[in-house]
Design a protein around this ligand. Sequence first.
Ligand SMILES: CC(C)(COP(=O)(O)OP(=O)(O)OC[C@H]1O[C@@H](n2cnc3c(N)ncnc32)[C@H](O)[C@@H]1OP(=O)(O)O)[C@@H](O)C(=O)NCCC(=O)NCCS
Length: 201
Amino acid sequence: MPEATLYPEERAALGKAGEARRLEFTTVRHCARRALGRLGLPPTPLLPGMRGAPRWPDGVAGSMTHCAGYRAAAVAHCSDVRALGIDAEPHEPLAEGLLDYIAVPDERGPVSRLVTQHPEVHWDRLLFCAKEAVYKAWFPVTQRWLSFHDAEVSLSPDGSFRARILAAPPPGQPVPPGGFEGRWLARNGFLLACATDPRPV
Ligand SMILES: CC(C)(COP(=O)(O)OP(=O)(O)OC[C@H]1O[C@@H](n2cnc3c(N)ncnc32)[C@H](O)[C@@H]1OP(=O)(O)O)[C@@H](O)C(=O)NCCC(=O)NCCS
């Protein structure tokens, strides 16, 4: 994407990153500015804020993701959704032992059943992807860390998922009562997940 460029303040925020990092940081911001344009918003610098969460224009909920061969950004008016998070992963199995690290006990049985019933999907990697999307939706509104064991994700073969937050909600910032809602997709060698708190602000 030769047309993808950074604002000077974004270049400064990136610092002395290597070439791969500079390219992903630049191209994903190009995607994000195009997405903002579709909401009728002008291009603007998108600087990393607390713990790396991007700072979106006021009134916008958004998220960005990159992995080798793929970048994406999603944005929405907060009057439509309170929070959203997206994540992309290569459609490959998780490294040995990682499922035990990221899954809470109640997620393991359903994932094993899905593996048997729909072996064409790497459900372990999808669980990871969905949880990262949940974290990216959770963090900007709470400014709180969320470990992999602080949320329970139920994946469904119909392309949806739901995430129940097990951690105590921060005072005054109740989590969505029905949990985060999600959609997932396995396509062209990638797994994609998007989690939202669908309540408007
Ligand atoms: C932050 C994290 C989710 C990023 O995921 P990743 O697969 O490594 O990388 P991705 O390319 O998909 O996403 C990176 C982008 O996420 C965004 N991001 C980074 N930190 C973020 C945060 N705290 N909140 C929201 N978005 C964040 C940024 O836009 C970043 O891109 P940029 O640095 O170019 O702006 C991951 O590194 C992490 O820390 N995970 C542990 C927390 C977690 O997932 N808990 C699960 C709870 S159930």
